[in-house]
Design a protein around this ligand. Sequence first.
Ligand code: HEM
Length: 418
Amino acid sequence: MMDALGAVASLVKPAAMQVLLAYERLESGVAYNPVSEEAARDPYAVYRRIRDRDPVHRMRLVDAWVLARYEDADAMLRDHARFSNEDRRFHDTGLTTLLDIDPPDHTRLRSLVSRAFTPRSVRNWHGRVQVIADRLLDAAADQDRFDLIAALGYPLPVTVIAEMLGVPAEDMDRFEGWSNDIALIVEPILSPAQVEGVRRATEELFAYFETIVEARRREPRDDIVSALLAAEEEGDTLSRVELLSTMLLILVAGNETTRNLIGNGMLALLRHSDQLQRLRDEPGLLEPAVDELLRYDSPVQLDGRVLREDLEMGGKRLRAGEKVIALLGAANRDPAAFQHPDALDIGRKEKSHLSFGRGIHYCLGASLAVLEARIAFQGLLDRFASIRLAAEPRYRDGIVLRGVENLWIEVEPRVRPA
Ligand code: HEM
């Protein structure tokens, strides 16, 4: 688990941190401290302040610009020529994936990987996701109180991805450990021990994946690895490291994010019981509801780039080589883009949230994640006549990935006809 505060403390002494924040406030009228208690409790209040007072804001703690307006975040994500994904990481963990490269390499690799994520292949997954979700929910359904993260939020995405990658069920626990360790790579604030943890987990996972690749080379199956190997045989170039990094990215990118969508989404519905009831009354709203839950409490809060050339934004001069972070969570609550942005409205017409990014790096697994969330929420509503929050959940530490540690709920089963 990420301890962002601990990581800051090991990098920046508390006194130095206070000086940086004071300087930032003096400079712009507002300071952004993503590891403050307030930011953990309600990042949206912090974002609002930045958006209102200094929307293109220099954050001193990690020395990067942060963009809090929808318009600027959207422009950054679309402009891959000036806002690069290369060298955007705050730490060198030795790992390069689709998310760390620009065209033309990105174009070539993405077109190969996209073959495994066509709308048709995701539709083919529908039945399998339903079976896995049903099995998990049935196992939980005889209890009147359970942790939704442990019962569904964690195992659903990890099982789906493990099956896609052809990982045997008995390796699932190791798989989860690696995924959690490597997911930290997205965080701007890490301690040296955490950076080392990413490196170690990457090495172990690569060694593990090598055995799967070898097995699929000998005997192809209906899984992503076989699809990628087939693409290679058709003459496309996919180096060994690219193949392993892509498998790793699929594991890491789709795991905690989807868990957070299920957890944050259900939590938002439980806190807005009128919207939960509305979803029961109007099942047709499931589709916009998932979009709205993604907007309302985005599983990925920040997305970073590096500037390739000097430019002006919001009256500020940004220079080539500087890091820029789009606050997706802030953009999704920008009143210039969404009416009553702090209200949860599952029938909302505006769907253009930035939670899956935008432009050439737009999330490859978006339709899979949405499919899993729809099946998860529908399964809960079908099984239980009432669902209530049983305990106040705690959000995990971490600045980029936002999600609850656990989500204890109290449920009453539907009375089934005899
Ligand atoms: C609710 C769940 C998810 C969220 C919120 C999410 C979010 C994102 C975001 C914001 C990006 C863009 C990052 C950038 O612009 O730098 C991204 C990219 C990506 N996502 Fe997801 N993701 C989710 C689920 C998944 C799943 C289930 C998979 C695969 C199984 C996946 C695979 C990927 C891949 C491969 C990329 C890189 C695309 C590229 O660089 O061209 N994601 N995701």
